[in-house]
Design a protein around this ligand. Sequence first.
Ligand SMILES: [Zn+2]
Length: 116
Amino acid sequence: MAAHGMSFQMPDCALEGYLIECSGGLQTHHIINRGKARGNKKVRQELDCDELTIKICAAHNVSRIADTKEARAILLRRKIDEFGYDRMKNKIDGLSWKVKHQEFALEAMLEAGRMK
Ligand SMILES: [Zn+2]
Protein backbone atom coordinates (compact mmCIF):
# COMPACT_ATOMS: atom_id res chain seq x y z
CA MET A 1 0.00 0.00 0.00
CA ALA A 2 2.62 2.48 -1.06
CA ALA A 3 0.11 5.24 -1.67
CA HIS A 4 -0.95 5.30 1.95
CA GLY A 5 2.62 5.60 3.12
CA MET A 6 3.48 8.61 1.00
CA SER A 7 3.79 11.84 2.91
CA PHE A 8 1.80 14.75 1.60
CA GLN A 9 3.94 17.78 0.87
CA MET A 10 2.23 21.06 1.66
CA PRO A 11 2.84 23.50 -1.20
CA ASP A 12 4.80 26.53 -0.09
CA CYS A 13 3.74 30.14 -0.04
CA ALA A 14 4.74 31.73 -3.36
CA LEU A 15 6.23 34.68 -1.45
CA GLU A 16 8.25 32.61 1.01
CA GLY A 17 11.33 34.54 2.09
CA TYR A 18 9.97 37.90 0.93
CA LEU A 19 10.07 40.61 3.66
CA ILE A 20 8.19 38.73 6.40
CA GLU A 21 7.97 35.23 7.81
CA CYS A 22 5.25 33.03 6.43
CA SER A 23 2.51 31.92 8.77
CA GLY A 24 -1.04 30.66 8.68
CA GLY A 25 -2.65 28.48 6.09
CA LEU A 26 -2.38 29.01 2.38
CA GLN A 27 -4.96 31.28 0.77
CA THR A 28 -5.80 32.01 -2.85
CA HIS A 29 -4.44 35.39 -3.90
CA HIS A 30 -5.49 37.25 -7.04
CA ILE A 31 -2.42 38.67 -8.76
CA ILE A 32 -4.56 41.43 -10.28
CA ASN A 33 -6.80 42.66 -7.48
CA ARG A 34 -10.44 41.84 -8.15
CA GLY A 35 -11.37 45.19 -6.60
CA LYS A 36 -10.05 46.78 -9.80
CA ALA A 37 -12.79 44.98 -11.69
CA ARG A 38 -15.66 46.15 -9.52
CA GLY A 39 -18.81 46.31 -11.58
CA ASN A 40 -17.32 44.19 -14.35
CA LYS A 41 -18.51 40.66 -13.70
CA LYS A 42 -16.78 39.28 -16.78
CA VAL A 43 -13.33 40.49 -15.75
CA ARG A 44 -13.91 39.38 -12.16
CA GLN A 45 -14.54 35.87 -13.48
CA GLU A 46 -11.56 36.04 -15.82
CA LEU A 47 -9.27 36.97 -12.92
CA ASP A 48 -10.28 33.71 -11.20
CA CYS A 49 -8.02 31.52 -13.34
CA ASP A 50 -4.93 29.40 -12.74
CA GLU A 51 -2.73 31.95 -14.49
CA LEU A 52 -3.82 34.84 -12.26
CA THR A 53 -4.34 33.20 -8.88
CA ILE A 54 -1.63 31.80 -6.66
CA LYS A 55 -1.37 30.27 -3.20
CA ILE A 56 0.24 32.40 -0.55
CA CYS A 57 0.20 32.20 3.23
CA ALA A 58 -2.20 34.16 5.40
CA ALA A 59 0.57 36.44 6.67
CA HIS A 60 1.62 37.55 3.20
CA ASN A 61 -1.99 37.89 2.08
CA VAL A 62 -3.54 39.72 5.04
CA SER A 63 -0.59 42.13 5.44
CA ARG A 64 -1.23 43.30 1.84
CA ILE A 65 2.46 42.78 1.10
CA ALA A 66 1.31 40.61 -1.78
CA ASP A 67 -0.42 43.64 -3.31
CA THR A 68 2.76 45.68 -3.69
CA LYS A 69 4.14 46.16 -7.20
CA GLU A 70 7.32 44.30 -6.30
CA ALA A 71 5.46 41.29 -4.88
CA ARG A 72 3.17 41.22 -7.89
CA ALA A 73 6.16 41.06 -10.22
CA ILE A 74 7.60 38.15 -8.20
CA LEU A 75 4.31 36.28 -8.48
CA LEU A 76 4.04 37.00 -12.21
CA ARG A 77 7.56 35.68 -12.79
CA ARG A 78 6.59 32.47 -11.01
CA LYS A 79 3.57 32.14 -13.28
CA ILE A 80 5.71 32.81 -16.35
CA ASP A 81 7.98 29.97 -15.20
CA GLU A 82 4.95 27.73 -14.82
CA PHE A 83 2.91 28.60 -17.91
CA GLY A 84 5.31 30.43 -20.20
CA TYR A 85 5.48 34.08 -21.17
CA ASP A 86 3.18 33.90 -24.20
CA ARG A 87 0.34 32.23 -22.33
CA MET A 88 0.55 34.80 -19.53
CA LYS A 89 0.69 37.69 -21.97
CA ASN A 90 -2.29 36.37 -23.94
CA LYS A 91 -4.29 35.83 -20.79
CA ILE A 92 -3.60 39.31 -19.45
CA ASP A 93 -4.02 41.07 -22.81
CA GLY A 94 -7.29 39.20 -23.31
CA LEU A 95 -8.99 40.46 -20.15
CA SER A 96 -12.33 42.08 -20.97
CA TRP A 97 -11.71 45.49 -19.44
CA LYS A 98 -14.19 48.14 -20.52
CA VAL A 99 -11.44 50.73 -20.31
CA LYS A 100 -7.91 49.68 -21.16
CA HIS A 101 -5.64 49.49 -18.12
CA GLN A 102 -2.11 50.19 -19.29
CA GLU A 103 -0.79 49.53 -15.78
CA PHE A 104 -2.01 45.93 -16.01
CA ALA A 105 -0.11 45.06 -19.15
CA LEU A 106 2.30 42.23 -18.34
CA GLU A 107 5.43 44.23 -19.19
CA ALA A 108 4.21 47.23 -17.21
CA MET A 109 3.63 45.09 -14.13
CA LEU A 110 7.02 43.40 -14.42
CA GLU A 111 8.73 46.76 -14.93
CA ALA A 112 6.87 48.43 -12.03
CA GLY A 113 8.03 45.68 -9.70
CA ARG A 114 11.66 45.60 -10.73
CA MET A 115 13.75 45.66 -7.57
CA LYS A 116 15.72 48.85 -7.19
ZN1 LIG B 1 4.11 33.60 3.01
